[in-house]
Write a protein that binds this ligand. Sequence first.
Ligand code: TRP
Ligand code: SF4
Length: 327
Amino acid sequence: MNKKIVLSGMRPTGPLHLGNYAGALRNWIKLQEEYQCYYTIVTWHALSSEYQNSGQIKKNTFEVAIDWLSIGLDPQRSVLFIQSEVKEHAELHLILSMITPLPWVERVPTFKEMQREIADRDLNTYGFLGYPVLQTADILIYKAEVVPVGEDQAPHLELAREICRRFNRYFGEVFPEPQMLLTETPRLAGTDGRKMSKSFNNAIYLKDSPEIIQQKIATMMTDTRRKRRTDPGVPEDCPVFTLHRAFVQSEKREPLAKACRKADIGCLECKKVLIDSLIEILTPYWEKRKYYENHPQEVWDILAFGAEKARAKAQQTMAEVRTALGF
Ligand code: TRP
Ligand code: SF4
C-alpha cells in the first residue's frame, strides 16, 4: 500500500521519438507497477530556453501528453500533469533559491554546455541558471525518493540531493533524499546514422505511420562494408542494428547478427525483422492515439485531473515547509 514515490519530468519539445521511448518512457511505464509515479510535463523548464517562442509550448505539451497516454502511461495509476498547473512548484523553487549557494549552480556543467550547444537562443538569464533548482523543487515537493533519469541529468540530481540536505540541516527533516535511478539510454542512430535527435531531423517518431517507418528504415545506412549482398558485415558498426538492440528480442536478433557477419542475409531482410518488431510494439499505441486525436478534450481533462492530485500533495508539503521555516 505504502508505495515509494517516483517523480520524473519531460520538457514539452513536441512529438516523441524512439529514443525518448527506449531511453525514458519504456522505463517509466514499467515503474508504474511498483511505485506511485508522478510524471510531469515541465512547461516552466521549457520557458527557460523557449521564452522567445512561448506560444509553441501549449501545442508541444499536447503532443507529449497524447504520446504519454497512447504509449502506456496510465492516468489511473500515475499522476500525469503539467508543471505550471501546480503553482506550489514555483513557491518551493523560490524558497530553495534562497538557500542555494550561487557557486553550486554556476558549477553545474550543463549550464555552460547548454549555453554553448543551444547557440541560437539567449540562455544567459537568471531563470536558466536556476533550471536545476526548479527541477529540485519538482522532486522535493512530492517527497519523491526515486528519480529515473538519463546520465545527462546526473549533475542535476547531485545538486538536488545537496539542496535537500541543506534544507533539512537548516529547517529539520522535511524531505527524503531523492535517489537517482539511472536509466540506461541506448544510443540509437537516426536515419542519417548520427544520434537520433529531434534537432538533427533524423528521428523516427512514435506517431509515424507504418509506411513512414518502413520507408525511413529501408533508406537508412547500414554497415558500409556491405556494398554487395555477398560482403560480410559487422553489426556493431551498423546504425540500423542500434535499433535492433533496442527493439528486437534477443532470440531473433542474435541469429541476424550472426548471419550478417557471414553474409548469409541481406540488409533488406534484416531490416524487415526490425520493422515488424516496431510495428508490433507500436500498433496498440497507434490505436489509442487515434482515439485521443478524436477526443482532445479528454487529454486536457486527464491532465487537469492529474494536476488536482498533484496539487493536493504539493499543498501538504508546502504547509510543512512553511511551518519548518517558522512562517
Ligand atoms: N531537466 C529534465 C530534462 O531535461 C526534465 C525535468 C524537469 C526533470 N524536472 C524534473 C527530470 C524532475 C526529473 C525530475 O530531461
Ligand atoms: Fe546492418 Fe543487418 Fe545489414 Fe548487418 S545485415 S549491415 S546488421 S542491416
